[in-house]
Design a protein around this ligand. Sequence first.
Ligand SMILES: Cc1cc2nc3c(=O)[nH]c(=O)nc-3n(C[C@H](O)[C@H](O)[C@H](O)COP(=O)(O)OP(=O)(O)OC[C@H]3O[C@@H](n4cnc5c(N)ncnc54)[C@H](O)[C@@H]3O)c2cc1C
Length: 396
Amino acid sequence: MKDIDVAIVGGGLIGCASAYYLAKAGARVVLLERGQINQGASGQNAGSLHFQLEHRLIQNIEQDARELAFYVGLAKIAIEQWRGIDDELGFDTQLSMGGGLMVAETPEQIELLERKSRIEQSQGLAVELLDREEARRKAPYVSECVRAALYCASEGHCNPRLLTPAYACKAAELGASIVTGAPVNAIRRDRDGWRVTFRNDARSDETIRSSAILNASGTNAPAVAAMANLHLPLFPVALTMNVTEKAAPRVPHLVQHVGRKLSLKQADDGNLLIGGGWAAVLRQRAGRWSDSRSPDLKLASVLGNLRVAADIVPLVKSLRLLRTWTGTTAITADQLPVLGEIAEAPGYFAAAGGSGFTYGPTYARLISEQMLTGKTSYPIEPFSPVRFGVLNAFVG
Ligand SMILES: Cc1cc2nc3c(=O)[nH]c(=O)nc-3n(C[C@H](O)[C@H](O)[C@H](O)COP(=O)(O)OP(=O)(O)OC[C@H]3O[C@@H](n4cnc5c(N)ncnc54)[C@H](O)[C@@H]3O)c2cc1C
């Protein structure tokens, strides 16, 4: 039986980036992915790097101010990390950090932008409130409806089809073993570590012994936790994305909305990518959610999403919709990620949820630090699975 330091379950962005940071520090790592690298949310997402507090997080802005301030602190670290990612990976991930605008159309929305900007500025995130004229000067492609915008110069986007494979390749170069087509189906506690069993190429079960486990299996994280008799309360959420035909370069920014669901950007090759959290419909099998097939499309979501996009960026009206797709991501009830060791199961770590494209590289770096040294360069306690500890107080 193979003896290693860390077994990672899941070959999405968090798993592959963790494999890279762990291998770089000299750990013996095996990453097990049930299908192909990047087949989950990490390859389906919008690719937005949104460092401003997002629309979905600020619905109870006063009540959640403390957690939100903490998130902004994380954004500052993530920005630094993103700036060096292409050099670190030696790969062009089509990263663009040309700035982002979060727009407002009503006085109430402007007030929300102001309140949000106070939290962000108090934590040292550089954001600038623009009035209508300033917004249109910076972004001549936005419509007359835009009455104000909060501008963050570090926001942008990156190609989600490139980033995770780049991390996986670099991790492999550093000696990590990246195994695809290898579904993990059992995890047992050993005397001084863990035994992780997966289905191998020969379609038989194979077990490796590992000092630590990282559950980075996205929407399947609760099931992978259950294999070790643990609860991990993450829930699947189905989302919709749209892409238009190509246009001449007009939109150099990430565009979001403070009161309506919108994310919009122009990819390197000219297509507009439009999303923002519009629902799709999760499939069910035998009365349970099933992630074995893509969620069903909801026409109302496509139309609603395109309506907001066209209201804010009129260019959208002249472009044909090329493709629409759905994807599934994992969230917790408090919308924060789960990041850390499960206290009831020493050596069992989890990293999932919470804007995992923008913060995936940072979650991976921080969880790797914790796994290797027991400490992190930025505190991750508010994200710790300990906040759900009561659920695991009863497991054997
Ligand atoms: C449509 C959409 C748009 C989004 N837009 C954005 C955005 O613009 N910005 C942003 O920050 N975030 C965005 N997100 C969220 C982001 O994509 C996710 O938070 C992030 O990709 C999660 O990465 P992950 O590595 O945790 O999970 P995943 O990428 O889902 O990877 C988990 C992997 O685990 C594997 N796995 C599961 N079970 C097992 C098992 N038993 N054995 C082995 N392998 C297993 C799966 O096959 C999968 O490959 C979006 C998500 C969606 C769906």
